[in-house]
Design a protein around this ligand. Structure first.
Ligand SMILES: [Zn+2]
Length: 352
């Protein structure tokens, strides 16, 4: 702990490397421990060479074009400190943070590792930050984290057989389009359509309030994304997304819950896991393929006891998933399944 505090102090004062190690590997493989980790604005930055090495990829920096090229099984991927996207073939995928040179090495943020790296190896990633950031500085993420824990401390989590209300984070919006399908259909439109349908079903069939982070096509601040959760009656939180892969073959729904390493006690994890299991079962019962439930140290999932599941509701790069996400029949099928999962969760929820 002293070592951690000391390193955090150094970062604040001198901007020297953080001693917060991370573990990284393709899911199911022996993780590598990376120690050359820098902290900036509350995020860990890891050298791209180290990241690629941990997942057995090779790349090189071209100092003339200022582009880092990565050889993948499906062609070349490119990153550049001047661009806030990842280029794979002819497709661009938005990044939360640009890659940046820190201490002589091109580094990517942990958000890249969590969100985009799996697309380069075409399989899920195991990622764990062994010393998640708790430094008290003015970084936005920490402010957000504090706000979030404040909101959840204020809330009384009711573990009963009743669902009083649901919060839904409608992924992306406005200039932040999310993934774009080959035919131009955007992730932000899929999440908006699905949340509207799910909200309507929940209100109609359960008569409960549904709090959406947005109900139209506009961009949200991170604080606005959390607003729905602040309502006293919210007993579950779903974050809706869709994803892209550069192989057509990748298909199905992927569910994420917070990793146990980020939970101080078991209760909240159990509830989130339980909700994810019910959603998975309901999706599979309505013939929607499900890849599985994974843990992810997603920043906004907070420390509280609110059952929370992030859903990637299909691949916009897979024709069958795309059809389901954009057709009204498919959207209704997905929304109905999510409703069923939420209802079963409320009925089967363990009292504790
Ligand atoms: Zn998304």
């Amino acid at each position: 702990m002293c070592k951690l505090l000391y390193s955090l102090l150094l970062i604040v004062l001198l901007g020297t490397p953080c001693l917060a190690d991370i573990e990284l590997a393709p899911k199911g493989k022996q993780p590598q421990r990376l120690t050359d980790v820098y902290l900036m604005h509350g995020l860990s930055y890891v050298a791209l060479d180290d990241v690629l090495d941990a997942v057995s990829l090779r790349g090189h920096w071209n100092s003339v074009t200022h582009v880092y090229r990565i050889r993948t099984a499906n062609g070349w991927a490119e990153l550049s400190p001047g661009r806030q996207n990842l280029k794979i073939g002819n497709d661009f995928f938005p990044l939360k943070e640009k890659p940046r040179f820190i201490d002589g090495r091109l580094r990517v943020s942990e958000n890249f590792i969590r969100n985009q790296l799996s697309m380069l190896i075409n399989r899920p990633i195991y990622y764990r930050n062994l010393n998640p950031v708790t430094v008290q500085n003015e970084g936005d993420d920490n402010t957000l984290d504090r706000l979030f824990s404040f909101l959840l401390r204020k809330k009384k989590i009711v573990a009963g057989p009743k669902l009083r209300g649901v919060a839904i984070d409608v992924g992306h919006g406005g200039l932040d389009t999310g993934v774009i399908a080959a035919d131009g259909y955007k992730e932000k439109d899929a999440t908006l359509a699905l949340s509207a349908r799910l909200s309507k079903i929940l209100k109609m069939k359960l008569g409960i309030p549904v709090h959406l982070s947005r109900d139209d096509d506009y961009e949200l601040t991170p604080e606005q994304r959390l607003e729905p959760v602040a309502h006293e009656d919210v007993d579950a939180w779903l974050l809706l997304h869709a994803q892209g892969s550069f192989t057509e073959a990748a298909e199905g729904v992927v569910l994420f819950v917070r990793s146990s390493a980020d939970n101080l006690n078991e209760g909240p994890l159990d509830a989130s896991r339980q909700l994810a299991e019910e959603l998975k079962a309901a999706l599979e019962e309505s013939d929607v393929p499900v890849v599985g439930i994974f843990t992810s140290p997603l920043v906004p999932l907070g420390q509280g006891g609110l059952p929370t599941v992030l859903l990637e509701l299909g691949y916009l790069t897979n024709p069958v998933d795309l059809q389901r996400l954009r057709s009204s029949y498919g959207q209704q099928q997905l929304a109905q399944a999510l409703y069923t999962g939420l209802k079963k969760f409320s009925l089967n929820r363990k009292k504790n």
